[in-house]
Design a protein. Structure first.
Length: 557
């Protein structure tokens, strides 16, 4: 009996809907607009926000799709004064409206989709304002444990609140800033989503949040980053700004589709990252002196290499800041511009408009620069122009993706540059990595194991004479058990380990022969090059890092 009643109700509902649709189809010609059956039409969630939910409900009108300024709008009665006013407002905003008549039931289903649009008031495109965070969160998030506790408390206290996801996101962002995270990862799952921070180059778990909160966070991030809300099956990139009471932080936002939801990674472009000056990079004194001498030269190339996230941009910016003066014209071409530098002309690659490293660099050379920074040399055109600029009176800084300093020359030859002009153009070939610093709050001296002593002493024995150290056979090293200040990792902050060699007359004659990378490295070390591993060993002796950390980043010589 119950099943029969259920079937009757379903049939009655279908008949009522058919009557509604037939009536709308009949009224459409009288209003002079086409009828539309929304049962087979996909709704563009991103387009819904063109008209607010409040106005949509009050005036029975909604935007169901859009591409640029061309939009499709549906209504149950185009003659209503409120509906006319909204249509006139859309026309003033230069929208090209294609209007359709729909049934009340169809329109109601469209309006119900507003719940998929983030329910946040005053969301400004491109901005998340943390300067007025409530609850004292901003001053109490000094560790991952505190961030986790704050989020857990919020989820428990405000369950069901429309602003819950907004507040969770604010804590995630404020927490990341408080622990100096470089990236925030939000990874969707079937039942919940994992939040992780990358701190000092290593990912650390923060907390899992319910999938409902995750979905709203993703929607808000897309909204503020000017991404499409309804696109979930392909990657998107965006950018927004975090405003705090002290500063503005630019954020690069990237989404990637996955089987259990989208993955979002946010790169925090912290202003303090470019405040590092050349002496603060962690270079050994003889190494720093050599770099400073080379920076005084009026022309040539200084190339630094290393994987993504090895500090290359920070190093090159430190070079530019060292040389910046009213007498020098400095121009950069980057992809993208991560940090704005005062009194420097910065340009950004735009592949869609044909502005590549090569074409940009060709234009830069005609701008009468003294110093040129090329974000990366990745093709023959860019390499050729950069080499010619270095040979014709310009000081050129750039990066390459190779494993070490010796790999610079084989890489340029592989791109198509003749060995005979590479050696005269390049002044210095560098490589670098970032190792984590021991936490200053909990580090303590400890005796070495026999294996540690063997590795360290053998490396010291091979040090170039400029870097020689005298160490006792029973020397101590430093380690850190971990504390709240370092999120119980034993490390806080990072420092560079470097290697570089000069292209002097002897090296130039050697390089013109197109030697193998192994032979270049052997010759460079024979001429006094400090390797990245040796630089790390010196930092271990000085209590800056550990052998475990160095081995994680750099292979032994």
């Amino acid at each position: 009996m119950a099943e029969e009643n259920k079937d009757h109700k379903k049939l009655y509902k279908e008949l009522r809907r058919k009557e509604e649709e037939d009536l709308a189809r009949m009224l459409a010609p009288k209003h002079g607009i086409p009828y539309l059956d929304l049962s087979r039409i996909a709704i563009d969630i991103d387009a819904l926000k063109i008209i607010t939910e409040e106005h949509a409900r009050e005036n029975n009108i909604a935007v169901i799709s859009g591409g640029g300024k061309k939009i499709q709008v549906v209504t149950t009665n185009p003659e209503r004064s409120g509906t006319k006013q909204i249509l006139e407002d859309l026309a003033r905003k230069r929208y090209q409206v294609q209007l359709f008549l729909v049934s009340p039931t169809s329109l109601q289903k469209v309006i119900e989709r507003y719940k998929e649009v983030p329910p946040f008031e005053a969301v400004r495109a491109g901005v998340i304002d943390l300067s007025k965070m409530g609850g004292g969160f901003s001053s109490n998030l000094g560790s991952i444990a505190r961030v986790k506790s704050a989020i857990a408390k919020l989820l428990e206290e405000t369950e069901g609140s429309s602003k819950q996801a907004s507040l969770v996101l604010e804590i995630i962002l404020a927490g990341a800033l408080s622990v100096s995270a470089s990236d925030i990862h939000i990874e969707g799952g079937e039942n919940d989503a994992r939040i992780r921070y990358r701190i000092d180059g290593v990912l650390q778990d923060v907390i899992d949040v319910p999938v409902a909160i995750y979905n709203q966070i993703i929607s808000r991030l897309k909204l503020v980053s000017d991404m499409k809300l309804n696109i979930r099956n392909r990657p998107q990139d965006g950018r927004y700004t975090i405003i705090t009471a002290q500063e503005k932080i630019e954020v690069r936002n990237s989404t990637l589709p996955g089987p259990a939801g989208e993955s979002v990674v946010m790169r925090l472009l912290l202003p303090k990252a470019i405040e590092t000056k050349l002496p603060d990079l962690g270079m050994q004194p003889p190494f720093l002196a050599m770099i400073e001498r080379e920076l005084e030269k009026p022309n040539g190339m200084i190339l630094t290499t290393g994987p993504t996230g090895s500090g290359k941009t920070t190093t090159l910016y430190a070079f530019i800041k060292k040389l910046s003066s009213p007498e020098e014209k400095t121009i950069t071409i980057e992809d993208p511009i991560e940090y704005r530098l005062p009194h420097i002309t910065q340009t950004q690659v735009d592949h869609a408009r044909g502005y590549t490293f090569g074409s940009g660099l060709r234009s830069i050379v005609r701008q009468d620069p003294d110093i040129i920074l090329v974000g990366e040399i990745r093709d023959l055109e860019t390499a050729e122009i950069a080499v010619q600029a270095a040979l014709t009176g310009h000081l050129v800084f750039s990066t390459l993706h190779t494993n070490d300093a010796a790999g610079v020359f084989p890489r340029l030859i592989e791109l198509g540059i003749k060995p005979s002009i590479i050696a005269p153009a390049v002044n210095v070939a560098m490589a670098q990595r970032l190792v984590r610093r021991l936490c200053q709050h909990c580090k303590q001296q400890t005796a070495t194991t026999a294996e540690e002593r063997k590795i360290i002493l053998e490396s010291i024995e091979r040090l170039p004479k400029e870097y020689k150290r005298e160490v006792a056979l029973d020397f101590m090293i430093w380690k850190a058990p971990g504390c709240e200040a370092c999120n119980f990792t034993g490390y806080k902050g990072r420092v560079g380990v470097y290697e570089a060699f000069l292209v002097n007359d002897e090296m130039e004659r050697f390089l013109i022969q197109s030697p193998a990378e192994a032979d270049i490295r052997k010759t460079a070390t024979e001429q006094g090059m400090l390797t990245m591993f040796q630089d790390g060993i010196l930092k271990i002796i000085d209590g800056i890092t550990t052998l475990e950390e160095l081995a994680r980043i750099v292979s032994p010589d």
